[in-house]
Write a protein that binds this ligand. Structure first.
Ligand SMILES: Nc1ncnc2c1ncn2[C@@H]1O[C@H](COP(=O)(O)OP(=O)(O)OP(=O)(O)O)[C@@H](O)[C@H]1O
Length: 282
């Protein structure tokens, strides 16, 4: 495997505190195929890391392994200092899949109320009210729901049935669900697909705010290379391997390229040439 790096120190390695994600020799088998092959990578806290590569290269599989929903994972995979899939990670990670998972027959707020009650169980709000009281858990849940709806710019649609929303709006409801528990790691699988440029820009601003103000690590997949420029760090993937784990600047400089797309193509060509040399020398 070729893993390009500028050699610049990785943020939050060796300075105390486990990174958001650390993988060593991570391998995943799906059906008859080895889909991820011996990956080494780090996702820091407090930064936005982009996961880029062509369709089918293994981005979603890597994300599933990190959030603990992927079978047949070998090697080392630590998340927030614990082994991936550890029960204590459940409320500390926000995960948004490519297919929005929302209930069409509930409104935006009802969807979030439901997921908030799963994340932060306590007495149902109506039962508390009927007893003339209130509870800290119920207040906290309601505040979290309102904040998450505002974060994704859906306050004007809070009482609209999810089934009556556009595709992009439904994706934002899923994102709001992932933001509910103030996660320390957010794993977002192509969160900006199908969104208009203004909304994409606003969401990227939100991602940076979450990283800077809440100190969360964000891992965001995309196959749109222009989104790479918005990330602090990039993991470039191809055919189940990591081609590069570096900053956008270091990648451009190190490959003598003007754009991330050109840098990626340069690294692909180098990887293909290296594997040909290996085959002919056998
Ligand atoms: N359920 C499955 N069983 C067996 N192989 C699978 C399964 N799901 C995906 N794969 C294979 O695993 C490989 C990686 O798929 P994955 O979905 O991780 O790629 P991706 O980079 O996220 O693609 P995309 O950008 O199109 O979403 C693909 O070659 C795919 O065919």
């Amino acid at each position: 495997m070729m893993n390009y790096s500028s050699g610049a120190p990785h943020p939050d390695t060796g300075e105390g505190g486990a990174p958001a994600v650390r993988a060593q020799d991570l391998t995943v088998v799906r059906g008859p195929r080895t889909v991820l092959r011996g990956l080494d990578l780090t996702v820091p806290r407090g930064q936005v890391t982009g996961l880029l590569g062509p369709s089918g290269c293994g981005k979603s599989t890597l994300m599933r392994a990190i959030v603990g929903t992927q079978a047949k994972v070998t090697g080392t995979l630590d998340v927030l200092g614990l082994p991936a899939g550890h029960p204590a990670l459940r409320t500390r990670i926000g995960y948004v899949t490519q297919a929005p998972s929302v209930y069409d027959d509930l409104t935006v707020r009802q969807n979030l109320d439901y997921f908030a009650s799963v994340l932060d169980p306590g007495l149902p709000y109506t039962r508390i009210r009927s007893r003339g009281g209130t509870s800290i858990a119920a207040d906290r849940r309601r505040d979290n729901v309102t904040r998450a709806i505002t974060d994704v710019d859906l306050a004007t649609h809070a009482d609209v049935l999810a089934g009556n929303l556009s595709g992009g709006q439904r994706s934002r409801v899923s994102l709001a669900v992932a933001l509910l528990g103030t996660p320390e790691l957010l794993v977002l699988d192509e969160p900006t697909v199908g969104l208009d440029p203004v909304l994409r820009r606003d969401l990227w601003q939100l991602f940076h705010t979450i990283a800077a103000e809440r100190g969360a690590g964000l891992l965001i997949s995309s196959h749109v290379m222009d989104e790479a420029e918005r990330c602090h760090r990039l993991l470039l993937m191809r055919e189940g391997e990591i081609l590069a784990d570096d900053t956008p600047d270091a990648l451009r400089t190190g490959t003598g390229s003007d754009t991330i797309e050109a840098a990626f193509l340069h690294l692909v060509d180098a990887a293909v040439a290296a594997s040909r040399t290996k085959e002919t020398s056998r």
